[in-house]
Design a protein around this ligand. Structure first.
Ligand code: ADP
Ligand code: ASP
Ligand code: MG
Length: 407
């Protein structure tokens, strides 16, 4: 008998037919004698719809109230899935994050899980029930609902697998695994049978929405292998796990794009020690994450400092950026939302010189101008004009021959 944690995303439970299909899949594993803990997301795009309602009321929602609203989506799907399982003659119970006691810190809208109490889950499992838990939500020290950030149900599943010491953690969505790039953008994308935590973490952090980045971090930390597959078919999926055989690593494993980036230029600040420190400390102190950074020397001992932010941080960040720009004596602040960050990821690039150069050449040959570059051990990212984003992914995928990756 194994303890299996399975997570089903929004599209997998988007209507009654899909919910019944998921119930059948769960029951077939349960009938093999396994204990089943199921994590579900809100139905279809219902979280988007809740956000849309919220935005019609206010552009600056109280974070606590936003979490109160958004946690309702998952409450609908857990109840319906439990009923579907019961209707098919099996015992099931739905539990919210607060009923389980998935304890998080106080950071509404992007809370982190601190601790999970296994006792209620274990009690229900011992009674032979299939336990259906709301993803994406928890409870903070004030007994208020919190959410883990968009896509956070993956993280709920991995945290539960770690806490319960599950034998398997399976994430089901509408794709049958991790591909070399989003298969909806590039039909030639190849499915990977295995990807390392490190590569998956980069892909997820750089825009591939297939897994919540924190779920991969947690899986790596607790050494939990994740199996990513489709709830729509029984095709073999992708295993995410520890890096094996480094020597054999592909130089590039995947290409991804993030269209939710903004480029900010603080123009003509004095070329003096301490300026960059003051600018980025101000942003860090206000919880604004900066990604790529470049500094250009202008004439007359002035610098332009350019950096990128996530679009979600722009509204909050602009006030602080303007304040500090003025304090530093900058002449102007320019905002460019017409950008996208395209990235290549691969563990083997450490040992393959010329990978970054090849990326730049491919973009150059296609007349795509690179505005900013950032590199790390296993990734290279380029900021480009947004209108070129899809083409860039396609030509990089082709140029690195990712359509020919053998399983
Ligand atoms: P769920 O709602 O089940 O959590 P998501 O929509 O979050 O599912 O993630 C699945 C989607 O991720 C796919 O439909 C696919 O378009 C997208 N995706 C982006 N990059 C990749 C990739 N490299 N491999 C597979 N899917 C990807
Ligand atoms: N329902 C939440 C969202 O849409 C969480 C999730 O799907 O993982 O972001
Ligand atoms: Mg998701």
């Amino acid at each position: 008998m194994a303890l299996i944690v399975q997570k089903y995303g929004g599209t997998s439970v988007s209507n009654v037919e899909r919910i019944n299909n998921v119930a059948d899949r769960i029951i077939s594993e349960y009938k093999k004698g396994n204990q089943m803990v199921i994590v579900v997301s809100a139905m279809g795009d219902s979280t988007d719809k809740l956000i849309d309602l919220m935005n019609q009321i206010t552009s600056n929602p109280d974070p606590r109230e936003a979490d109160m609203l958004l946690t309702t989506g998952e409450q609908v799907s857990i109840a319906l899935l439990s009923m579907a399982i019961q209707e098919k003659g099996y015992k099931a119970i739905s539990l919210t994050g607060s009923q389980v006691r998935i304890e998080t810190n106080d950071h509404h809208n992007h809370a982190e899980i601190m601790k999970i109490d296994n006792s209620r889950i274990n009690k229900e499992l011992a009674e032979g029930k299939i336990v259906v838990i709301a993803g994406f939500q928890g409870i903070n020290s004030h007994n208020d609902f919190t959410t883990l950030g968009r896509g956070g149900s993956d993280t709920t599943a991995v945290a539960l697998a770690a806490s319960l010491k599950a034998d398997r953690c399976e994430i089901y969505s509408d794709v049958d695994g991790i591909y070399t790039t989003d298969p909806r953008m590039v039909t030639e994308a190849s499915k990977l049978d295995f990807i390392s935590y490190e590569e998956m973490l980069e892909l997820a952090s750089l825009g591939a929405k297939v897994l919540h980045p924190r779920s991969v971090e947690l899986a790596k930390f607790y050494n939990i292998k994740l199996y990513i597959a489709s709830s729509f078919n029984n095709q073999p999926g992708t295993m995410v796990g520890g890096m094996d055989n480094m020597e054999k690593k592909r130089s590039v494993t995947g290409v991804t794009v993030d269209k939710e980036q903004v480029k900010v230029t603080v123009a003509k600040v004095p070329d003096q020690p301490g300026v960059a420190g003051k600018l980025f400390t101000k942003l860090a102190d206000n919880n604004i994450n900066v990604d790529m950074i470049i500094q250009n020397l202008q004439h007359n001992s002035k610098n332009d400092i350019t950096f990128t932010l996530h679009t979600n941080d722009l509204n909050k960040g602009i006030k602080y950026i303007e304040e500090i720009a003025e304090e530093l004596g900058a002449e102007n602040v320019y905002i460019d939302e017409d950008v996208a960050k395209v990235s290549i990821v691969g563990a083997g690039m450490i040992t393959t010189p010329g990978t970054a150069a090849k990326m730049f050449n491919i973009l150059g040959e296609n007349n795509i101008n690179i505005q900013m570059i950032s590199t790390a051990d296993i990734k290279v990212s380029c900021l480009i004009e947004k209108k070129h984003a899809d083409l860039a992914v396609k030509i990089l995928h082709e140029g690195f021959e990712l359509d020919k990756i053998k399983l």
